[in-house]
Design a protein around this ligand. Structure first.
Ligand code: ZN
Length: 156
């Protein structure tokens, strides 16, 4: 919450929130309903991410949002080090991962690996992070009304 200074570790207050734009708004709307969907061309059927008006493959402007299984693999990750914003500095050992989706390995989403949907961003021991590890999506409602996809290890 803006103006508060009592951010507890594990609290999502003070974390940076997504700022949906016109092209990306459906992604967040679907996430709020517990669905991971990726924009797909309605003419050539290619998936694309991040969302944008025109298909980079066939230049069509027709698109829809295809539901994904929510499964993927860790394609890469980082363990951010200081200097960090205060809310992140309160979560030592947190991770940021890049997930390639099972249905579309070219589609890669940036997120966080957590131990449970509402667990803090540093709830997974960094030693457990492995490139190639299978993950599945969960959804976390953040203060301010936005719901974000996060990721759990398939084999915790
Ligand atoms: Zn297309």
């Amino acid at each position: 919450m803006p103006g508060t200074t009592d951010t507890a570790p594990g609290d999502d207050a003070g974390l940076l929130l997504p700022v949906p734009d016109e092209d990306g708004a459906p992604f967040w709307d679907h996430a709020a309903r517990g669905e991971l969907r990726v924009q797909s061309c309605s003419d050539c059927d290619e998936l694309r991410f991040p969302p944008r008006p025109c298909c980079p493959h066939c230049q069509s402007f027709a698109s829809h949002w295809r539901r994904m299984s929510g499964r993927g693999r860790i394609w890469s990750y980082v363990l951010p080090h200081p200097p960090l914003l205060p809310a992140y500095a309160a979560l030592p050992g947190y991770n940021a991962i890049v997930v390639e989706l099972a249905e579309a390995p070219r589609i890669r989403l940036v997120g966080n690996l957590v131990a449970a949907p509402d667990a803090p961003l540093n709830s997974v021991d960094p030693a457990r992070l492995r490139i190639g590890a299978p993950v599945k999506v969960v959804f976390t409602a953040l203060p301010g009304g936005v719901t974000v996809p996060r990721w759990l290890l398939e084999r915790p």
